[in-house]
Design a protein around this ligand. Sequence first.
Ligand SMILES: Cc1cc2nc3c(=O)[nH]c(=O)nc-3n(C[C@H](O)[C@H](O)[C@H](O)COP(=O)(O)O)c2cc1C
Length: 168
Amino acid sequence: MELKQAIKNRKSVRKFVPNTTIDDNVIKDIIELGFAAPNSGNEQSWFFYVIKDEETREKISLLTYDQNFVKDAGVHILCCVKDVDKSKYGQAAHFFKIQDVTCAAQNMLLGCQEYGLGGCYIGALNRTEVTKLLEDIDPPNIVCLLAIGYPDDREDKTERDNTKYKIL
Ligand SMILES: Cc1cc2nc3c(=O)[nH]c(=O)nc-3n(C[C@H](O)[C@H](O)[C@H](O)COP(=O)(O)O)c2cc1C
């Protein structure tokens, strides 16, 4: 798929074909697209938890402020900041590292299309409760959750205002 087309075609998917499994190799490829993202100082201070277990996905969906569709996604990718070296960026480190993770998240959402998948960036997430829920793996600072699955939606793409720029 052409890169430009993939960028323009991407949209948030909030309805998924239920009860589908996403192949582990596909998930691995998508995560690797995340790893390819630009990131501050190339410190790669991110960590992605892939949640396949249905029961856990259901519990997570209950922590997304009534976004029920989240439970129907075939996989959840919890995108976190981990191992931040504050010595290099000081106070800005946190700010930088969140941006790193969101760059990776966008790569992954774009890459989903290559596999006929779609996804939604979930920011509305009770991070404290998700952290408690996944206590076994001790998730570090959660930036967002990607709900990914095979699209089953008829939603049009959202509109964009293409005037928000100025060439100086
Ligand atoms: C920081 C951030 C948080 C978001 N949180 C949510 C969310 O909790 N639930 C949701 O359905 N969409 C969420 N979105 C997706 C936006 O609603 C969506 O990207 C926007 O409406 C534009 O639509 P499009 O992605 O289809 O182009 C979030 C996006 C970003 C960047």
